[in-house]
Ligand binder design. Sequence first.
Ligand SMILES: Nc1nc2c(c(=O)[nH]1)N[C@H]1C(S)=C(S)[C@@H](COP(=O)(O)OP(=O)(O)OC[C@H]3O[C@@H](n4cnc5c(=O)[nH]c(N)nc54)[C@H](O)[C@@H]3O)O[C@H]1N2
Ligand SMILES: Nc1nc2c(c(=O)[nH]1)N[C@H]1C(S)=C(S)[C@@H](COP(=O)(O)OP(=O)(O)OC[C@H]3O[C@@H](n4cnc5c(=O)[nH]c(N)nc54)[C@H](O)[C@@H]3O)O[C@H]1N2
Ligand SMILES: [Mo]
Length: 764
Amino acid sequence: MATKPPQGDPVQDAPRVAEPKHAAAGLPAVGHTLRIAQQQMGVRRTALTLLRVNQKDGFDCPGCAWPEPEHRHTAEFCENGAKAVAEEATLRRVTPEFFAAHTLTDLHGRSGYWLGQQGRLTHPMYLAEGAEHYEPVSWERAFDIIGTEIAALGSPDEAVFYTSGRTSNEAAFLYQLFARELGTNNLPDCSNMCHESSGSALTETIGIGKGSVLLEDLHKADLIIVAGQNPGTNHPRMLSALEKAKAGGARIISVNPLPEAGLERFKNPQTPQGMLRGAALTDLFLQIRIGGDQALFRLLNKLVLETEGAVDEEFVREHTHGYEEFAKAARAADWDGTLAATGLTRAEIEEALRMVLASKRTIVCWAMGLTQHKHSVPTIREVVNFLLLRGNIGRTGAGVCPVRGHSNVQGDRTMGIFERPAPAFLDALEKEFGFAPPRAHGFDVVRAIRALRDGEAKVFFAMGGNFVSATPDTDVTEAAVRRARLTVHVSTKLNRSHVVTGARALILPTLGRTERDLQGGGEQFVTVEDSMGMVHASRGRLEPASPHLLSEPAIVCRLARRVLGENSRTPWEEFEKDYATIRDRVARVIPGFQDFNARVAHPGSFALPHAPRDERRFPTATGKANFTAAPVEFPELPEGRLLLQTLRSHDQYNTTIYGLDDRYRGITNGRRVVLVNPEDARRLGVADGSYVDLVSEWKDGVERRAPGFRVVHYPTARGCAAAYYPETNVLVPLDATADVSNTPASKSVVIRLESGARHPAPAV
Ligand SMILES: Nc1nc2c(c(=O)[nH]1)N[C@H]1C(S)=C(S)[C@@H](COP(=O)(O)OP(=O)(O)OC[C@H]3O[C@@H](n4cnc5c(=O)[nH]c(N)nc54)[C@H](O)[C@@H]3O)O[C@H]1N2
Ligand SMILES: Nc1nc2c(c(=O)[nH]1)N[C@H]1C(S)=C(S)[C@@H](COP(=O)(O)OP(=O)(O)OC[C@H]3O[C@@H](n4cnc5c(=O)[nH]c(N)nc54)[C@H](O)[C@@H]3O)O[C@H]1N2
Ligand SMILES: [Mo]
């Protein structure tokens, strides 16, 4: 039996602090995993479910987008994957009785952790205007309510259709088709807050917004640079790939303001030897200041340019454009400026250079540490310059590797979830479905919030996710969402977006990955695309959490039939019955998916085409890979201030909080902590264990405050601080976004610390 959810609510947590760890995984991780899983699922279900993760006839792990190796261990799952599965396969339930027992005001006062721990949603629920309780509603009535509100809009562009990255390819394809048949490109997604900067930079420079390496490439690399990523927590299976690369002779540089345990040493729980000793992973740790990466890569590029024979001249000549202008900018880089921007020493950068020059096959991996700054796009372009210089794209063991977050966030984009779709994609939709898709660009996440705030958008529909908690500027966003006429969430679990609502609200409960999906045409499976462009099937086996759930594709089909009615010639009914008929359409609309049904019928994955990787062809505006030469930027830090990054603990999946510990960083029993370098703390007069308010300062003059954080003296880079998201989203100004990609700059927030009280903390 599963245990009961927590009775109290740890809004008022009491963090305890110990020394950070220097190694990730191993036996403690296995024990911890089983404990968490059994609390949610009981012993038998835990065993049955965890064995099915990422197996050839099983379901895709909802944890992250890291690919599966071809030769899997019997249980290719990791600690955090298991937690993600347990969270979904939990035996706890949120029923109509639960909603009858809790008023909206009550639920609003609870933390996101408490809400999530209550279990799986079982019935469609409706919150009438002014009501204090959600009440059960039939699916038909729910679709009627949505249909009525959409029909009342002045234009389809007053509706917003958000997507989180767990949605399957099939559901995503139908969802964007529905929005476009309705007449809008308002399809913001979590990617706007995540790897949008990578997509923007890569599309412009190499012609495709996706990474260019496969898992085999990592195994064959000479040098892997991991910049701005914490794989030990967020992509634990990547550690096995790094371990294998090291065994093959690769060296690893990690670039991070924090010494992250997983990158230091990895104790592979799947091998007896790894359990005991573990492998040291990082050869060189560059403890960079937040936002210093562009400066670092720029100087490395200058040093490569100045080294006789270091540039791959043939590659540069044959395949690239813009070299001269870039080389001129790079030659102007100087040591002093770079040392100030990065906080590194000359010796460290020279050591990095030696490793770069010794490598014939270099890969750069990155995640949110590079994508969530004002100058993220030029930073990632500089990484591309770095790889192009030595011909490290389109060659075995080399390339760009943006490591995606949500398990199908890349697939959703491939399926057309994008507010700025390419004209060729819309042409293909038009031809296949016989309607004229809207051509004007829609709202991304930040623009959607502004539109809600300004009354330009009135209906907000979310396919998964937790919009109000994941987005920046919590107070502004919550007020914006409250102005909507109707908010609708297709969800598996309760979260804050269900309690901060428009005038009316609906919760539409849906099947998760782990669950059997039975439709008119029999048992269905769905497909997903991982971070390396590999597509494979995902098939759930568990009995659904409730008989009242609909699958995501079924929800879209019924919604489309109700909202579009006679105006749509699309066979929605057929799509709902048999997902193979959706894949047949995907095959005709999206390049690389020919014979889709036949190819996913085979066990394993198939690779989508990637011109730079497969044939060194760069489908950019110039027809070549583009060098770029942006001015070097880095965040300015006024006297007495710190640069705050907002990151993940080991016990959370984005806004889903699994527990209150961050084991590798030595923090337990609480999340309201701020990590500060001991030297900075002394200078600022904040003792370890004291309580402070974090106050963010931005050029709009508004002071945003997050009260009651315990100071933890921690070996982060000088001038830098770190605290968990979503508690700190209140500090990130809505308009503080990355140039070009418009991604919230949630990794470089200027703050000051004010001495504060431990309580009361607001519910987040
Ligand atoms: N268990 C678990 N897995 C997850 C998630 C989760 O929440 N939990 N989330 C998923 C999602 S959606 C995503 S996008 C990924 C996120 O994966 P990550 O990007 O690893 O997640 P963050 O915790 O945001 O960590 C950012 C890392 O970048 C570093 N960093 C911050 N600023 C800078 C900088 O300026 N320069 C450099 N070089 N480094 C910097 C931080 O110290 C930290 O190590 O993980 C996915 N997987
Ligand atoms: N300050 C700050 N803000 C950030 C970030 C940061 O690093 N710092 N990271 C950003 C990033 S990288 C991302 S990706 C976003 C994440 O933004 P989102 O994707 O919107 O948020 P999640 O927390 O992943 O969404 C969790 C909810 O998804 C629902 N869910 C889970 N599984 C399923 C499913 O199978 N189907 C459906 N329909 N629903 C499901 C559950 O109800 C759960 O409560 O947050 C961003 N926000
Ligand atoms: Mo993400």
